[in-house]
Design a protein around this ligand. Structure first.
Ligand code: ACM
Length: 643
């Protein structure tokens, strides 16, 4: 979100108290900082702590709510003069507020002339107790070996040198592919550390060191081996990815030694023999709740490559917006992204009076996928179905069973009737068309189809769904979900793609484990259960790997807390393989960070929540368990580039 420089004309400040309702109460005061009185206005705010009891409001009238959008009117006849405040309380909350980010995230007024004007908001405060700041969460750390490597390699036996080479330059006769690889890693470090000196040069330089690159077929594709001597560095690699990782290791060593010579060194002699622990080393980004411009997505992919992560799971659609251009359905990225006071979608999650949109054109997507591929990162796109489709259903109303009672079910995020209907024929025509376009854009082995958080009771008030259940001899929401996802899986199979999804894909009978990869997010135990059922599993439990979660219990610590408190030390220590029985270890394909964006209103916020936990997960994905060391990690992680 762009910063605002104009002085606020209105401000909404709020407190939360545990008193006054089952989940406590907010007390908000709207201050008029303009030079005009206001009357006959309404106030809308967005908050992830939702009001579910319209009656439990004092000194205000509840007008409407849609997910986290709330709108209130002041008492009849209220006029607010310049400098005055209007105070009201809301106590019918769906859960208590535990952190400063769980009050109003944005607000605006609808004035008596029908115009909309932004209201500034501050952090939520506790009403009856001090809102305490968090402690320092990252220790200074301690190094046994002074090398700035992250993730730490599988094997390292190297002697720190006193100085470091000016640059590394390829020996005579280096292949064109290797010259290009050196050039690509040089460009990567240039983007990530704009003022850093280049680690490589294609020309020989005084005080530089010669670098030889050798393809070695018996190394794994992502593996590499480096030998350091006084006058040369020899890099052997399994394949292009291994070469890139070896060059990245050299770039990290040099960048550390150059930027913090009091702490880090370049090896004078010895070896590094390195390979990843897991094949799936992922990072997910939710671009639906907040839109990330192409340059931000590109930079995040650069950071993934720097950390030797190899999967970018791109969560492109959700209730709040559909961000993926589909040529056959342009409404998805016009109507389906536009949040504004007058719709088509209402402001959510930090939006105010100004309309906000944003989507990725197919050209944008091709550019991002190509950029990722050049850095050995595979883009796995997600369209989240059948749940989480409020925006889709506004954009394409033909997807709705017109006879279904409105508000017949609500998602956990508070959206009414938000799931694609398995009994509506157009659902399948729509998805066939979407998949046809997606397979031309994404060369990935998997397409991720979500499958999470379909609300209990979904479709049960849809006459078409009732008829389908009767015809198929099935009963209930999750049997319908399984019926739907099996058809989706067949569509993907016909297009040469495997199905990836969230753990609930297995509900109601699932889709058949063959060729299906599921992400265990609800808790670690679910991952083991999925593996027992034969699914391939990626572990991404909210309690350790959801980077939107708060990092401390203190009220001033920003973030969400529904999955618990996730300090960086806990993220680092978590072992996905921990409770997996030996017989199921081969179903554990890897681990993944998830960046859910509900709370992510600025770059500073993103960086505070994502770092240092993303590099912690990268180390869990790459480094053998026996080599993990929190103190070493803490000493090196301040060097990690941010968004
Ligand atoms: C999820 O967090 N709903 C996958």
């Amino acid at each position: 979100m762009a910063p605002t420089y104009a002085p606020a004309l209105y401000r909404l400040d709020g407190t939360w108290s545990p008193k006054g309702g089952a989940n406590g109460a907010f007390t908000f005061t709207l201050f008029n900082l303009s030079d005009q009185p206001i009357a006959d206005f309404s106030l809308a705010y967005t908050s992830l702590t939702r009001v579910i009891d319209a009656e439990a409001v004092t000194n205000a009238r509840f007008l409407r709510r849609n997910a986290n959008f709330h709108e209130f009117a002041p008492p009849d006849g209220l006029s607010l003069s310049p400098g005055e405040g209007w105070t009201f309380t809301v106590s019918g909350l769906h859960r208590p507020a535990k952190h400063c980010t769980e009050g109003a995230k944005s607000a605006y007024l609808t004035l008596s002339d029908g115009s909309f004007v932004d209201v500034a908001v501050s952090d939520l405060l506790l009403a009856d107790a001090p809102s305490l700041p968090p402690p320092v969460l990252l220790p200074k750390g301690k190094l046994d070996l002074p090398f700035a490597l992250q993730p730490w390699p599988a094997e390292i036996d190297a002697v720190p040198g006193d100085g470091f080479p000016v640059v590394l330059y390829p020996v005579e006769g280096t292949s064109t592919d290797s010259l290009k690889a050196i050039s690509a890693v040089t460009a990567l470090i240039r983007r990530l550390f704009e003022s850093a000196h280049a680690p490589f040069s294609l020309i020989r330089a005084p005080e530089g060191r010669a670098l030889s690159l050798t393809h070695q077929a018996d190394l794994g594709k992502e593996a590499y081996r480096i030998r350091f001597t006084d006058d040369a560095v020899d890099l052997a690699f399994g394949d292009a990815a291994g070469r890139q990782y070896g060059l990245t290791t050299l770039a990290q060593l040099l960048e550390g030694a150059r930027s913090k010579p009091e702490t880090f060194r370049f090896p004078a002699s010895g070896t590094i023999a390195d390979r990843p622990r897991y094949g799936w080393r992922g990072c997910h980004l939710d671009v639906s709740r907040q839109f990330y411009p192409v340059a931000d997505v590109m930079r995040l992919i650069d950071i993934l490559a720097w950390l030797k992560l190899n999967i970018f799971h791109w969560h492109l659609t959700d209730d709040e917006a559909w961000r993926l251009e589909i040529k056959a359905f342009p409404q998805l990225t016009t109507t389906g992204v536009l949040r504004a006071p007058q719709g088509p979608l209402l402001p959510q999650l930090g939006n105010g009076a100004d309309p906000v949109g944003g989507f990725y054109s197919q050209d944008d997507i091709r550019a991002i996928v190509a950029h990722a591929a050049r850095l050995s990162v595979e883009v796995v796109p997600e369209i989240d179905i059948p749940g989480h489709n409020a925006a889709t259903l506004v954009a394409l109303p033909d997807l709705v069973d017109g006879q279904e009672a409105p508000d017949s079910y609500h998602s956990v995020q508070g959206f009414p009737n938000n799931a694609l209907n398995p009994a509506v024929d157009f659902t399948y025509t729509f998805l066939e068309t979407v998949f046809d376009e997606m397979v031309t854009l994404f060369p990935s082995e998997y397409l991720h189809v979500g499958g999470d958080e379909v609300a209990h009771g979904s479709w049960l008030a849809s006459p078409q769904a009732k008829a389908l259940m009767e015809r198929e001899g099935i009963d209930g929401t999750f049997a319908l979900q399984s019926y739907f996802l099996k058809r989706v899986k067949a569509m993907l199979t016909a297009r040469g793609k495997k199905l990836a999804g969230w753990n609930e894909v297995a509900h109601g009978g699932g889709v058949g484990a063959e060729g299906t990869l599921l992400m265990a997010w609800e808790n670690p135990k679910v991952g083991i259960e999925l593996a027992e059922q034969g699914y391939e599993v990626v572990m991404t439990p909210g309690q350790a790997y959801y980077l939107d979660m708060v990092q401390d219990d203190a009220f001033q610590e920003p973030g969400a807390s529904w999955a618990g408190t996730v300090p960086p030390g806990h993220t680092y220590a978590y072992e996905a393989a921990g409770d997996f029985p030996d017989a199921l270890q081969d179903r554990l394909k890897g681990v993944q960070a998830c960046i859910w964006s509900e709370h992510f209103l600025s770059r500073g916020y993103f960086n505070r929540l994502v770092f240092p936990r993303l590099p912690a997960i990268a180390e869990a994905a790459w480094t053998p368990r026996a080599n993990k060391d929190w103190q070493r990690f803490a000493a090196i992680v301040p060097l990690c580039p941010k968004l």
